[in-house]
Every structure is written in C-alpha cells, then in structure tokens.
Design a protein around this ligand. Structure first.
Ligand code: PLP
Length: 447
C-alpha cells in the first residue's frame, strides 16, 4: 500500500471507523511491528510498552509464530470444531492443561476475552442451576452484554445496559484506605467479609449465587494488586456456599505477572478461568477453562461457536507456548518486572507527580497525581504520554480517571530497552514538572 494512500486514509479515519474506539489514545498509524517495536507511517521507530494491550507477549511477529501461521494457512484455515476436528485444537488443549493450575484441563475455545467471560458465566449457571453472579467494583470483563453486566471499571461502558438484576457487586481490595498502623491485608480481608455479610443479608442469598468473577489483578480499572489473603478469602467464601469462582485471566495470563497465570502467583485456583490476549501472540483466540467434571455438566448444544478455536489461531497458540518456554519468557517477565519496579520507585522518589508504582511481573501501573492535591490526574497523564510518544515510546493508560500509566511491554523486553523507555519517561516527567512550575509562577505574578 502506498504511503500517500495510507496518509489519505488516516485523515478519513473519523468517518470510516466508529468513534467509540477510533478516538482511543493514541491511534498511532503504523506500517510494521517487530519484536518490541512499532514502525510508524512517519518513518519513526517506537518502543512498544503496550504489547497491543498485553497480547504480543512473545513480541510482535515472532518468527516461530509467523512460520506456524503460514504453515497452518497452507493446510486448513477454518473449522469449525464440531463439524470437523483437527490436531491443533486437541494438542493445544493438552499443552494449556500442562501450564494451567489445578485440574483446569477442559476447554471451550472462542475468539475474544468477552466471549470467554460469557462462556464462564453460562457454564457456572448451568452447573449450579443458580441465577445470580457477584463481581467486584472496578473490574473489567468485556463489552458484550453478559460480560458488561459484571464490568464496573467505568460507568460509561455500562450506559444503556438494560437492568437485568442478575449481577451484584462488592468492592475490590482497597489497601489505600487502610488506617495507618493497621495491617493492610487483615484490613481488606475483614472489609471483604463485612461486604459479603451485607450483600447476603440484604440483597441476595448465597444459595442463589452461581459464581463470583474477579480479575486477580485489577487491569483496566487501574492495575491494583490485592494481597493474596484477599483472594484466598474469596475462595473460602465461595467454598462455604457452593459458589463457583471464576478468575478473569484475560490480561494477567501467559507470563504477564511473572508466573504462567496470576492464580499461581497468588496460590489460589479458581473453578473456571477465562483466558485470551497473550494466548496466540495477537491472533484472535480465547478459552473458557474448567475441570472435565464441571464441563461434563454443560450439555450438547448449550454453547457453541463458528469461529472459536480457529485452526490458524490454535497453531499460533502452540508456537506461542513453545516460545514462552524456550526463551524463558515467564522468568524474564519476573526479572525485568522487578528491575523496572526498582527503577520506577527511584523515579517516584524524585517526582511528586508519581503517586504510586504497582508491579507484578511486567504488569506495571504508574499512578499520576496532581502534586499539590495528591488527586488522580488523567490530564497530566495524557500530557506525559504524548511527550513519551513524541520521543518514540508508546505507553497505554488505565484507571477510573485515566490516571494510571500502563507499562506492559512484550515479555521479550531486555534491560537496555527498559532503561531507554524509562529514561524517556523521566524526561517527559521533568518537562511536565517544569511546565507546572512555570504555570505556578505565572499564577503568582498575576495575583
Ligand atoms: C481482564 C479483561 N477481561 C476481558 C477483556 C475483554 O477482552 P476482549 O477485548 O478481547 O473482548 C479484557 C480486555 O481488555 C480484559 O482486560
């Protein structure tokens, strides 16, 4: 495609693509991606700290993944499983079962994260024959109607969602509100128990709840890491009442948190898991996972798909798993995450715009605040991200006020690339700080 045509198309974009997505940040026009880099239409190289939102865990266009896709396309491009059967979908089930925790060994493959969530909730209702779901405030589970009924990261996502009354919410772990001197883990556990007591006494009986669904690390809602005791307590409450526990590992999976899955990081195994994003290095694939015993209770025809478990995507997933293993990328996520965290903590010490740094593996959130009020500052974040982009580093954002910088590079990232990306962030923070100071001195002069 010619650069001219591409440039013209970019100017037409607002009319061609639905603004609900086309106006997201930063919409960088690119011509190519490779490893940890995007190559822009402007001829510049951009270090990618987004991984296409936690998806290109093996780096962009890893040669082994590309080869697997080409080979697959030479043989079989479409299933659907159910009408025909193919080796890759079965082999993938076996290999995923090996890296998943507990007895999560039976799979319903779909295409996207939201579909994996739909499947998880439907399965839980089929198994328990109960109507209600409990989710946690701030979590993001997708945008289709079922997933949206449990998504509360931003109220704008839920606008016009018809009230179905089938989902209740309780607060996510908030260690920040722990009174000083108290133990944060004990505090959030006690709060959780009280919240459930209120829910079960006033809104829904536990016998009517099919499942609880939770992101083990809050993603879109702001990269908040709960103490492991909090997740263990959720497990305990579920067991007490015969409620199934669903982990949404769409974003946390495939090495992102320094283990294959966050369930292993926290030592808590759910009954059902939703996985997607990093599973196939960018090809659309997801899965609802449970034990054989649970899945057996999902009768023929109660769920299905045309495209889910596509043979090319399954081959890409098999190649992704072997790259993650061969190149020790799960371990690299842990090591590089710890390295970046320690550098970011030093940056925080020098820069009052950074409110907090939260990291688990290469799932890193940098909270931007107004240095005078300490309040979340989404506008400042945008200025900082734009400056980073100008200097060739692409970050993404999250948080209820868009106040958290998401740093989620491919798991292939090395120390030099982290050093470079964080040096650019530091420069952008200094420039922003200098602008704030000059605004302040201008304000004083005007008094
Ligand atoms: C935790 C989580 N769950 C579900 C989804 C929805 O996935 P998808 O956009 O593939 O439908 C996302 C997407 O960002 C996510 O981060």
């Amino acid at each position: 495609m010619s650069t001219n045509n591409w440039n013209n198309l970019v100017t037409e974009m607002p009319d061609l693509l639905a603004p609900s997505m086309a106006k997201d940040h930063p919409n960088l026009p690119v011509v190519k991606a490779e490893g940890c880099y995007y190559y822009g239409l402007d001829g510049k190289e951009y270090l990618d700290f987004t991984s296409g939102i936690a998806t290109a865990n093996t780096g962009h266009r890893h040669p082994k993944v590309v080869q697997a896709i080409k080979d697959a396309a030479d043989h079989l491009m479409h299933g659907p499983s159910g009408v025909i059967m193919y080796e890759s979908i079965l082999q993938l089930s076996k290999e995923l079962a090996d890296v998943l925790p507990g007895d999560l060994d039976c799979f319903f493959f779909a295409n996207s994260g939201t579909e994996a969530i739909e499947g998880a909730i439907k399965l839980a209702k089929h198994v328990t024959k109960r109507p209600y779901v409990v989710s946690f405030i701030g979590c993001f589970h997708g945008r289709s109607h079922g997933a949206l009924s449990v998504t509360t990261s931003k109220s704008k996502y839920r606008k016009f969602l018809q009230p179905n009354g089938l989902a209740y919410q309780v607060p996510y772990a908030d260690v920040k509100s722990c009174p000083s001197g108290a133990d944060p883990e004990a505090y959030v556990i006690e709060k959780l128990e009280k919240d459930f007591e209120t829910l079960f006494n006033h809104q829904v009986t536990p016998e009517e709840v099919a499942c609880m669904i939770v992101e083990p690390v809050l993603g879109e809602g702001g990269y908040i890491i709960p103490p492991s005791g909090w997740l263990k307590k959720i497990r305990e409450i579920c067991d007490r009442h015969g409620i199934l526990l669903i982990f949404d590992e769409v974003q946390t999976g495939f090495g992102r948190t320094g283990e294959w899955f966050a369930a292993q990081t926290f030592g808590v195994t759910p009954d059902i898991m939703a996985i997607a994003k990093g599973i196939a290095s960018g090809l659309p694939l997801s899965a609802t996972v449970a034990s054989k015993e649970l899945m057996k209770q999902w009768p023929l025809g109660s769920h299905g798909t045309t495209f889910g478990g596509n043979p090319i995507a399954c081959e890409a997933a098999l190649a992704t798993i072997s790259v993650l293993k061969e190149e020790n990328l799960v371990e690299n996520s842990k090591n590089m995450g710890a390295y970046a965290y320690q550098k970011l903590k030093m940056l925080q010490d020098q820069n009052p715009v950074i409110g907090s740094v939260r990291a688990l593996g290469l799932m890193i959130g940098i909270e931007i605040v107004d240095p005078f009020t300490g309040k979340p500052d989404g506008n400042a974040l945008m200025t900082i991200l734009d400056k980073c982009l100008e200097k060739g580093v692409l970050f993404y954002l999250c948080g209820n006020h868009g106040e958290v910088i998401r740093m989620i590079p491919p798991l292939t990232i090395n120390q030099e690339q982290i050093d470079h990306g964080l040096a650019v962030l530091e420069e952008a923070l200094h420039e922003h700080q200098a602008e704030l100071e000059s605004q302040m001195s201008g304000n004083y002069q005007n008094v």
